[in-house]
Design a protein around this ligand. Structure first.
Ligand code: PMP
Ligand code: GLN
Length: 390
C-alpha cells in the first residue's frame, strides 16, 4: 500500500533497537538515555496526588496557568529571561511534540532548514515531513565545534529555520557564548528563525551555566526555545515539554499544537509546576550527582583502554574507537558489545544522515555506581586482544 515515504522508508529508532537488544541479551543498558534513579519523590508524589485529588479532564490548550507561570519564573531565575507566561509560554507533550509543532508551523515546502550533525534522530524525518530541505553542518570529534565557514556554506537566501541543539546530544558539548553569537549573526543576516532544543539545559557540568540562544542579542524575536521536564527532573517518561517564543511566533506554534496533541496530562503539569520552583540546591545536587557518575565512568573506561571524549553536559559520554585501530565500525562494535559482552551503547553514526562519523560510540552514565561498575567489568573484555590496555 503506498504510504508516506518519509516514514515508510525509515528504520526503527536506534534507541528502541538498542533497548530491545539489551533486553534480549540481558545486557546492562547504557544505550537509550534514561537514569537508573526513579526521580525526585516529592515531584512524583505531587503527580500522584493530582491524579487522585486534582483535575483529570482536559486542561487549557496552552497548558495549566500555574505551570506557564512556573516556567516563566524558572527561566527568569536560572537564565535571566523575561517571558510573558500569557503570550510567550506553551506546554507541549514533551520536547518531541514541541519540535514537530515548531517545524510544521514554520516551514513551507521547499524552505531550507539548517541542521547540525550529529543530530537527534527525530529532527530529519520531521523536517522532511514538513517539506523542508535539509542543509547540514557536519560536526566532528573531538571538539564538535562549528566555524563561520561552515555556517556560510549552509545558510542561503532560502534558509527559513535553523534547528540547533545545545547542550548537544550525543556529543555532550555545551557551545560557548561566542558560538551562539556567531549563529545569531547568521540568523539575523539571513532572517532565519532558530528552533533551539535546550532539553539538556540543566544537565551541565564543571560549574557551567546554560546560556539560552534566545538571550543572545538579536534573537529575542526570532528564537523558539524548547525545554523538557523529562530531563530537568530525570523523569524521561513524563513527556512534559515547554515552548517559549515571542508572541507573534507562539501564536502560530499554538495552531500546530492544537491539532497534534492539543493538551498534556494535567496531573503531570501540576507536578512539574511544583518542581520548577524547587530550591537551587536540588538542581545543583542533581548536576553534581551526574557529574560524579560521569567521572567514575570516564575513569573506569580510561583504565581499561577506551579513549574517552570530553563531556560538558547531557547524560552521555563518548568514546572514539579510532586510535584503537579496530577493524570494525561503531555499529558492528555496538552489536558485538551487546551480544558478546552484554553492554548496550549507541553507535554515533546513527546521528548522521550523510557522511557519518563511524568511530564513536555513546554511553549513558546516568546510572547507579553498581550499574556503571558492572558495565566496566564487562567492557574490559571487549578490548582484550584488540589493542586495548588489558
Ligand atoms: N531533543 C533531544 C536533544 C533529546 O535528547 C531528547 C530526549 N532525550 C528529546 C529532544 C525529546 O525530549 P522529550 O522526551 O521531552 O520529548
Ligand atoms: N533522547 C534519548 C537518548 O538520546 C532517547 C529518546 C528516545 O528513546 N527516543 O537516548
Amino acid at each position: 500500500m503506498p504510504m508516506n515515504s518519509v516514514f515508510s522508508d525509515l528504520p526503527v529508532t536506534v534507541f528502541e533497537v538498542m533497548s530491545r537488544l539489551a533486553r534480549e541479551h540481558v545486557a546492562v543498558n547504557l544505550g537509550q538515555g534514561f537514569p537508573d534513579d526513579p526521580g525526585p519523590e516529592d515531584v512524583r508524589r505531587k503527580a500522584a496526588e493530582a491524579v487522585i485529588d486534582g483535575w483529570n479532564q482536559y486542561p487549557p490548550m496552552m497548558g495549566l496557568p500555574e505551570l506557564r507561570q512556573a516556567i516563566a519564573a524558572h527561566y527568569r531565575h536560572w537564565q535571566g529571561l523575561a517571558l510573558d507566561p500569557e503570550t510567550e509560554v506553551m506546554v507541549t507533550s514533551g520536547a518531541t511534540e514541541a519540535l514537530a509543532g515548531s517545524l510544521f508551523a514554520l516551514v513551507e515546502p521547499g524552505d531550507e532548514v539548517v541542521l547540525f550533525q550529529p543530530l537527534y534522530d527525530a529532527y530529519l524525518p520531521l523536517v522532511l515531513r514538513a517539506g523542508g530541505v535539509p542543509r547540514f553542518v557536519r560536526l566532528e570529534p573531538p571538539h564538535w565545534r562549528f566555524t563561520e565557514e561552515m555556517l556560510a556554506a549552509a545558510f542561503t537566501p532560502r534558509t527559513k529555520v535553523v534547528l540547533f541543539n545545545n547542550p548537544l546530544n550525543p556529543a555532550g558539548v555545551v557551545f560557548p557564548r561566542e558560538d551562539l553569537e556567531l549563529l545569531a549573526r547568521f540568523c539575523e543576516r539571513f532572517d532565519v528563525v532558530a528552533i533551539c532544543d535546550e532539553v539538556w539545559e540543566h544537565v551541565v557540568f564543571d560549574g557551567r551555566r546554560h546560556v539560552p540562544l534566545l538571550a543572545i542579542p538579536g534573537m529575542r524575536e526570532r528564537c523558539v526555545k524548547i525545554g523538557s521536564a523529562g530531563k530537568i527532573f530525570s523523569l524521561t517518561g513524563w513527556k512534559v515539554g515547554f515552548v517559549c517564543a515571542a508572541a507573534r511566533l507562539l501564536r502560530v506554534l499554538a495552531k500546530a499544537h492544537q491539532f497534534l496533541t492539543f493538551t498534556t496530562p494535567p496531573n503531570l503539569q501540576a507536578a512539574v509546576a511544583y518542581g520548577l520552583g524547587k530550591a537551587d540546591a536540588y538542581f545543583d545536587e542533581m548536576r553534581r550527582s551526574f557529574e560524579r557518575s560521569r567521572d567514575r565512568f570516564a575513569e573506569g573506561l580510561r583504565a581499561i583502554g577506551f579513549p574517552v571524549l570530553d563531556c560538558q553536559g547531557t547524560y552521555f559520554l563518548n568514546v572514539d574507537l579510532k586510535p584503537l585501530g579496530l577493524n570494525e565500525d561503531d555499529e558492528a562494535f555496538c552489536r558485538r558489545l551487546v551480544a558478546e559482552h552484554k553492554v548496550a551503547a549507541i553507535p554515533v553514526s546513527a546521528f548522521y544522515a550523510a557522511e557519518p562519523i563511524r568511530s564513536v560510540i555513546r554511553f549513558c552514565f546516568a546510572k547507579h555506581d553498581s550499574t556503571l561498575d558492572a558495565a566496566l567489568d564487562r567492557l574490559a573484555g571487549a578490548l582484550k586482544g584488540r589493542g586495548g590496555a588489558t
